[in-house]
Write a protein that binds this ligand. Structure first.
Ligand SMILES: NC(=O)c1ccc[n+]([C@@H]2O[C@H](COP(=O)([O-])OP(=O)(O)OC[C@H]3O[C@@H](n4cnc5c(N)ncnc54)[C@H](O)[C@@H]3O)[C@@H](O)[C@H]2O)c1
Length: 374
């Protein structure tokens, strides 16, 4: 335990906890395992906005019946390199796992696999899907639309979601480029995390309901596009977000733009659109991984600017966070993240019990000196 009450929880415990919670609401072990792997991966990689912090929305959607618990995604039509998938309204990671695996299979045959999905749900960190392709030696891309939170340049009302982009690629010796980013200034979950910790958000992140900039996370209703205002080229983030929508909602025939349900609305089915791509580098010039490693090292070996210690490439901050977790024996959670998870799942009796168990178990290990203090 640290001075602010944060606690270190081993990855396996977080995983088992998520599987149990989803089991309580009727999700089978395999599907619950995929969701657990996704959420643990988010926290492990340092994206706390999309780990345990998001568990309650999956539980809520399954409990309310707006997400189906007993269906499977299916292919609507396909060519050798493409497929249109109906997610049949199951959990986003189940649709996503099906689609990226299909894209990888097609890329093995055709050099590229491009899969468009409709009738899906929130899929968590886009990086989880890109990395699945990297594990098969492929370049992986993943995109999703989402509830409206991005206010287009010159407007005051949100139309687009935080519509993330992931492009991940295998380099030499297990290294990889992993760009995984929202097309808003940040993921909205970072605003929620600031709220939970009682912190203000930096200038340039978000706006209140009237479209006025705010640093109060409790007032922040929507976000600036990546780049910020028009003066700082926010129209590029706005354009990228529309590009994601084109690949997702428009290509698949799902909801799009402000037709998407409002954030956290468990009354209505989400019908999100998503896009998953795998590209086999072997279909192009040999030596891809060597050249990518060389390029990444051109950046990493640059002289850092004054006050900085090192130059990173996309994927490095997450690698550093994972190394820190490994060293300390698990994921460090702010106490309010745990409290929030408990408070929002009052009808899940095993949850309180299980969290208490984690706390106690962790405390025992800590007392025994097994867990390092950060
Ligand atoms: N499912 C959804 O609807 C949804 C929506 C939005 C975001 N997300 C997820 O939220 C997560 C967080 O998104 P974000 O945009 O806030 O991420 P972020 O701003 O923390 O990081 C974005 C990217 O920048 C890279 N990066 C960070 N610092 C760097 C540096 N100094 N040098 C080089 N590269 C650097 C990271 O490796 C990452 O690839 C992502 O995993 C994203 O997929 C999901």
């Amino acid at each position: 335990m640290t001075d602010d009450g944060s606690k270190i929880v081993p990855l396996a415990e977080v995983y088992a906890f998520v599987v149990r919670c989803m089991g309580v609401v009727g999700i089978n072990e395999d599907d619950a395992g995929a969701l657990a792997d996704l959420l643990v991966s988010a926290d492990y990689r340092g994206h706390y906005s999309h780990g345990l912090n998001r568990l309650y929305i999956y539980i809520q959607d399954v409990k309310s019946g707006t997400t189906a618990s007993n269906a499977k995604p299916e292919i609507v039509k396909e060519t050798i390199a493409t497929a249109l998938v109906d997610g049949n309204n199951v959990l986003g990671p189940i649709v996503g796992r099906f689609c990226i695996d299909l894209a990888i299979k097609k890329a093995k045959d055709a050099g590229i696999g491009w899969v468009s999905a409709r009738n899906s749900n929130h899929f968590g960190i886009a990086g989880w899907y890109g990395l699945r392709a990297v594990d098969s030696g492929m370049i992986g891309m993943a995109f999703t639309n989402a509830s409206p939170l991005l206010v287009p340049t010159r407007a005051t009302k949100a139309v687009f979601g935080t519509n993330p982009i992931c492009v991940a690629a295998p380099a030499k010796d297990g290294d990889s480029f992993v760009l995984d980013m929202a097309t808003t200034v940040v993921a909205y979950g970072k605003v929620e995390m600031a709220h939970r910790k009682g912190e203000m958000i930096p200038p340039g992140w978000g706006m209140d309901a009237s479209g006025k900039e705010t640093q109060d996370p409790g007032e922040c209703q929507c976000l600036f596009p990546l780049g910020g205002t028009e003066r700082t080229s926010g129209y590029k983030g706005y354009g990228l977000s529309m590009m994601v929508e084109l690949f997702c909602g428009i290509l698949s025939g799902s909801h799009y733009g402000s037709n998407n349900r409002i954030w956290k609305d468990a009354q209505e089915k989400a019908d999100l659109g998503q896009c998953y791509v795998a590209i086999d580098p072997a279909a192009f010039e040999p030596g891809f991984a060597d050249r990518l490693s060389d390029l990444m090292n051109m950046c990493r070996t640059l002289e850092p600017a004054e006050g900085e210690t090192e130059v990173l490439v996309a994927g490095d901050p997450e690698r550093q966070h994972m190394a820190k977790c490994d060293k300390q024996g698990g994921i460090l959670y702010h106490p309010n993240v745990i409290k929030y998870a408990v408070r929002h799942q009052p009808n899940c009796p095993q949850l309180n019990h299980y969290l208490t168990f984690i706390f106690m178990w962790n405390h025992v290990l800590h007392q025994a000196g097994v867990i390092l203090k950060t």
